[in-house]
Write a protein that binds this ligand. Structure first.
Ligand SMILES: [Fe+2]
Ligand SMILES: [Fe+2]
Length: 196
């Protein structure tokens, strides 16, 4: 069964921020966003995209200078053929993956829209803070705690305004408030982040 095969494949990569639990949260949240808008979505395409959308950011698949969404989409195609995923749903999976990043053109299908919102929401709130702190010293762009906190501040300011659906905007406000409260407490406890 393709679902089990994909879960086993992605389960091997226990990255603290882009591992299988990120995939599962994004999938569940994307379904919830669709439900709250009363729209039907292709769950197979969403699940396949959830498992594979960030695989191009993981070792050994990442490639210097290649956008991780592009890399993931190419790998997803190979992987999905291999596990016996329904071929007619492949274009939708690739669209969801290609359009999930901030730099990509805004998505048009409902699946890609709820997926992007769900992925952005996983960078907000307590989980967003946890995921960024988890990669300090692991990813090049978060070499130390100070850089990670700056990234949290940036995400907190920028991402809520990029959410597309009404339910995601609602959740985004709650998660933004969680982040702001964390940042305010941290600032108080570290002499305005000077003593981090
Ligand atoms: Fe991603
Ligand atoms: Fe992601």
């Amino acid at each position: 069964m393709w679902r089990q095969k994909l879960a086993t494949f992605i389960g091997q990569y226990d990255h603290p921020s882009w591992g299988i639990t990120h995939s599962e949260r994004v999938y569940e949240l994307a379904l919830e966003l669709a439900k709250q808008q009363d729209v039907d979505v292709d769950k197979d395409a969403l699940l396949a995209a959830a498992y594979l959308h960030d695989v191009g950011a993981l070792e050994p698949y990442r490639q210097e200078g290649v956008d991780h969404a592009e890399r993931s989409a190419a790998l997803a195609e190979e992987m999905l053929i291999y596990v016996g995923f329904p071929p007619k749903k492949m274009p939708l999976v690739k669209e969801i993956i290609m359009r999930h990043t901030v730099s990509a053109a805004p998505p048009t299908s409902i699946e890609a829209i709820v997926f992007r919102d769900a992925d952005f929401l996983d960078f907000l709130g307590a989980i967003g803070v946890a995921r960024i702190l988890a990669i300090v010293g692991i990813e090049d762009w978060t070499p130390d705690l100070k850089t990670a906190i700056s990234l949290i501040q940036r995400r907190c300011q920028e991402l809520p305004g990029k959410l597309l659906t009404r339910p995601a905007k609602r959740i985004g406000k709650v998660r933004q408030a969680e982040m702001l409260s964390f940042l305010a407490a941290l600032s108080n406890e570290t002499d305005k982040l000077e003593n981090l």
